[in-house]
Design a protein around this ligand. Structure first.
Ligand SMILES: [Zn+2]
Length: 199
C-alpha cells in the first residue's frame, strides 16, 4: 500500500461509498475522531437505513470492504492497527477479533463526491500582475526660468500618483534623467539633479 497521508492531502470529513448487490449503499465517513457507517437504500427519505458511529480516530488509508459468508466486513487502518466493523443482518458492530478474510470477496469502494464536492479546496488565486513603475515626468524644455517650479510641481504630482497607484512601493526616479533613485537620496546619483524629498 502506498503511503497515503490523509491528514495533509485530504479534506475532512472524508466519505467512501459502495453500491451493494441488493441495491443498497454502504457509506463510511471519517472525521477527526469518528467513523460513521451507514447502510441504506440510496434514495431520499430512506426508511430502512442503519448507521453506527465508532470512535476510531483518523483513518491512515482508504477503507476496504469485504464480503464473506453473507456478511460485510469493513476494514479500517488506524494508528494502532486494523479495525474491523461487521455489517450483517441489520447490525453494524465493531469486531474485537480479526475476521478470517482469506476467502473474502473484496468490494470496491470509491471516494464519494457527495461531500468532497462541497468541500473541495479553493483554486489558488491567480498571481497579481506586477505593477509597472510610474515613468517620471520630465521638466519641459525651453522654459528655463520656470523649470524648477514646474519641475517641483510635476514632482509632487508624480509622487501623489505614484503613492496612490503603487501602494507600499517606494521606488523613486530622477525627474531629470529618469534613473532610479534611492528613497533617501537627495541628489540623483546619475546626473546630480536635486531630488524632491522622498514621499
Ligand atoms: Zn538624474
Amino acid at each position: 500500500m502506498m503511503p497515503y497521508d490523509l491528514a495533509t492531502q485530504r479534506v475532512y470529513p472524508m466519505t467512501y461509498s459502495s453500491e451493494l448487490d441488493n441495491g443498497q449503499r454502504l457509506v463510511a465517513e471519517n472525521d477527526d475522531a469518528n467513523t460513521s457507517v451507514m447502510v441504506g437504500s440510496g434514495n431520499e427519505g430512506q426508511q430502512q437505513s442503519q448507521s453506527s458511529k465508532f470512535a476510531t480516530g483518523k483513518w491512515k488509508q482508504p477503507p476496504e470492504l469485504f464480503r464473506t459468508q453473507g456478511q460485510l466486513i469493513l476494514r479500517l487502518q488506524l494508528d494502532n492497527g486494523p479495525y474491523f466493523i461487521r455489517i450483517s443482518g441489520g447490525q453494524i458492530q465493531h469486531l474485537d477479533l480479526e475476521p478470517n478474510l482469506t476467502d473474502a470477496e473484496k468490494i470496491p469502494m470509491k471516494e464519494s463526491n457527495l461531500r468532497t464536492e462541497k468541500m473541495a479546496p479553493m483554486k489558488p488565486m491567480a498571481p497579481m500582475e506586477p505593477m509597472k513603475p510610474m515613468q517620471p515626468l520630465k521638466p519641459l524644455e525651453g522654459m528655463r526660468p520656470m523649470e524648477m517650479r514646474m519641475g517641483n510641481m510635476h514632482m509632487v504630482m508624480g509622487d501623489m500618483s505614484l503613492s496612490s497607484q503603487a501602494t507600499g512601493h517606494s521606488q523613486r526616479y530622477c525627474t531629470q534623467c529618469g534613473k532610479p533613485a534611492g528613497s533617501a537620496d537627495r541628489f540623483c546619483g546619475s546626473c546630480g539633479y536635486k531630488l524632491a524629498p522622498g514621499a
